[in-house]
Design a protein around this ligand. Structure first.
Ligand code: TYD
Ligand code: MG
Length: 464
């Protein structure tokens, strides 16, 4: 058996006099261990039994780890943690919930609504951090949840609950407690309007894992992802449906995302997006109407507004689709927020479909980034996106020229530019409006003064 190595052996007095490390060299101050002698067992994740949560955590909760679960009010954080605690308790693990925003009765009522077993699940309704530490030290649960970190306070800190210094102090004490007793600790945290965790930014550095729980409160879909994870990967995505009886994991979310899609309606297209490492096919909708107020309206729901503005400019200048005097609405269905440029092509084609009145075929997906020159760019993980589209029964995909081969069942419609993609899908060549050639930018499609609305009449083979 190898002996521990002491890195700082005592030195001679003469060398200590000039050694910048002398303050810690008079005595051995640390003992390094051979890596092979250190147990890795303590970092093994224990499954919570909530499949989608375990997927994001890379297996489950690790003893002594501290996780923040952030999300907007009403998204379902308290529901998720209660389901997780009940599931853990049902496996014989003692769990403890600190209800700092609700009474014990409210928690019990929620548990009854969820139909969860409550044996082995302890609740303490308090906002006093000393009481939390004392009770957790006495019960020694394997999992401790504090709901929420903004609602508890340390009397020694002086400032108000929820203030940056309180949140930092309470989180630091809970981290020390978690590490010393080996309690897996989950801190529920509120987020600010821009989606950041409320409180000091240092909170994210103090803890081991930061989870975000997202979704539109008016929709059933909920997304769980990790932005930081010391015990596993951060690319996983967990999907839930909020039901009358709590959160239900969605192994195959397509039914929820595409279930209500109506076919033969202009302005709708299916787009494969990547959430974490998971490809999802979502519906993107566009609607174009006459301008109804002094300035044309641009409404982007689930799509970054700046991205929509860029696509409108490219449609206008490179494809001659005139939308400057129209109200434009774009929406992702299901409450999903899409920020990746891979959805550019789908959004642009949905708008062309809306403006021309020609529906996109139900078996068509589109994915690709649109550049300012109107060129289509390949996006990351195209193969995985196309494989998912094929799995769900889609048969044609509009992709950039440089896209890799897709699955056998999928016919690829390759286009170098957005204009070519419009031509491929709708069977038309939009013509420029009558403007000076220099202003439009030149190109073979230049023209006779008509815009796409006057040109498109005959639905080609690809449209339903
Ligand atoms: P909650 O978990 O309290 O959200 P948070 O802690 O993030 O504020 O959930 C709030 C919403 O979820 C509330 O509007 C009611 C709804 N809900 C359901 O639809 N089904 C359920 O079974 C539960 C418990 C809540
Ligand atoms: Mg809550």
């Amino acid at each position: 058996m190898e002996q521990p190595v002491t890195p700082f052996a005592p030195r001679a007095a003469s060398s200590l006099a000039t050694d910048p490390l002398r303050s810690c060299t008079s005595e051995p101050c640390a003992t390094a261990l051979p890596l092979c002698s250190i147990s890795a067992d303590s970092a093994i994740a224990a499954a919570t039994g909530i499949g989608e949560l375990d997927r994001v955590l890379g297996g489950g909760l690790v003893a002594g780890s501290v996780t923040v679960l952030g999300g907007e009010p009403g998204v379902g954080k308290s529901t998720l943690v209660l389901q997780a605690l009940a599931s853990l308790a049902s496996k014989g693990r003692t769990s403890m919930l600190i209800a700092a925003e609700e009474s014990g009765e409210q928690v019990r009522r929620r548990a009854e609504r969820l139909g969860t077993a409550v044996d082995g699940c302890y609740v303490l309704a308090t906002t006093d951090l000393d009481a939390v530490i004392f009770a957790a030290g006495r019960l020694e649960p394997s999992v401790l949840v504090v709901d929420s970190i903004q609602a508890v306070s340390d009397s020694a800190c002086g400032s108000q609950a929820g203030s940056p210094s309180q949140v930092r102090e309470c989180a630091s004490r809970l981290v020390r407690h978690a590490k010393s007793l080996g309690v897996a600790t989950l801190l529920v945290g509120h987020v600010t309007k821009d989606g950041a965790l409320a409180g000091p930014r240092t909170l994210e550095h103090i803890v081991d894992t930061v989870l975000s729980f997202d979704g539109d409160r008016h929709q059933a879909l909920r997304l769980l992802s990790a932005s930081k994870h010391r015990y596993g990967p951060t690319g996983e995505l967990g999907l839930f449906e909020m039901t009358e009886t709590g959160l239900r994991g969605l192994v195959d979310p397509s039914a929820l995302l595409l279930g209500d899609r109506r076919h033969g309606v202009p302005g709708s297209i299916a787009v494969p997006v990547l959430e974490g490492r998971r490809p999802l096919i979502i519906e993107v909708q566009g609607l174009v109407g006459p301008q109804t107020s002094a300035a044309p309206r641009r409404v982007a729901q689930g799509v970054v507004a700046g991205r929509l503005a860029l696509l409108l400019a490219v449609l206008e200048r490179r494809c001659h689709v005139a939308l400057a005097g129209s109200d434009v609405f774009v929406s992702t269905v299901g409450g999903l927020r899409v920020s990746e440029p891979a959805a550019d092509l789908g959004i642009a084609l949905a708008l062309v479909s809306a403006v021309t009145g020609i529906p996109v075929g139900r078996e068509v997906v589109a994915c690709g980034e649109v550049g300012l020159a109107g060129e289509l760019r390949r996006v990351q993980a195209t193969e995985r996106r196309l494989a998912e589209a094929a799995r769900l029964g889609f048969r044609r995909a509009v992709v950039p020229q440089s896209a890799p081969e897709g699955p056998m069942e999928l016919e690829l419609l390759r286009a170098g530019t957005l204009l070519e993609a419009v031509r491929l899908l709708f069977g038309v060549v939009p013509a420029a409006r009558s403007r000076p050639r220099t202003e439009i930018g030149g190109g073979p499609e230049l023209s006779d003064g008509r815009d796409v609305r006057t040109l498109v009449r005959t639905p080609p083979s690809l449209v339903s």
